[in-house]
Design a protein around this ligand. Sequence first.
Ligand code: G1P
Length: 296
Amino acid sequence: MTIRKAVLPVAGFGTRVLPATKSIPKEMLPVVDRPAIQYVVDEALAAGIEHIVFVTGRNKGAIEDYFDRAYELEMSLEQRGESKREILEQVQRTTLPAGSASFVRQQSPLGLGHAIWCARDIIGNEPFAILLPDVIVRAGPSCLAQMVGAYNETGGNILAVDAVPEDEVSKYGVISPKARNGRLIEMDGMVEKPAREDAPSNLKITGRYILQPEIFGLLEDQGAGAGGEIQLTDAMARLMEMQSFYAFEYEGQDYDCGSVLGYLDAVVGHAIHHPEIGAQAVALIEQLVADAKGHG
Ligand code: G1P
């Protein structure tokens, strides 16, 4: 069955980047020339996703507005004619097609597993994707498109993984790899935020998933896990007992925008690879670094 729908959980407060996120959603912070969430939505669309379910919360209205038409703005740009045509087209491209987005609220911050469970009625009884918007993956084809390609061969459930330094494993979900077949990895376990000495590997769960709808029944009665939250990883570990489950080592570069340094990494990474301003960005950064060293 094709993967038509994706869930983007966007209810989190963004506490690690306060006060920047005091009055705007963290997903709306700009990464060079567009909000972070635009990259994640583009990744989903490039993988053939037709319907996006945003799991939102209070104070996240800016996300809903961003993907809607901006009627007055578009009118005003249109009236200014040819000189504003290109920017008008860019603005119009951010509008999602009518009926292709749903918004559901997670009313209490009970954890990622609970946020995903909030989308159960809109997803229904079909396999679906999850993209965590804190994570931007720069890749071509898009990370989710690579996973859909793998899924078309294997079916079942797939989660993206990548290697991290060993002192970072406790920030993430981590898998226990068993056997490897190219980029596909068979697993015999996964654990959320293990202590460094207990981590079964240094392969972290990136934040991209293709899951079967049976995950919802498991999330329904999933107890609190790491950090006192209902964890998606714990429900996936149970699903793995019943269905085929693979990890997938995608090709690309991920940026964790949920922290100040990760966000800076995303901005600089996207600036230097930008098709129009990339070369200038590299020159600018080299100059800034040379100046800073000169004053060091
Ligand atoms: C979540 C997931 C974790 C995953 C991480 C990726 O954690 O629970 O398994 O490795 O995203 O960024 P969070 O960042 O919400 O703590």
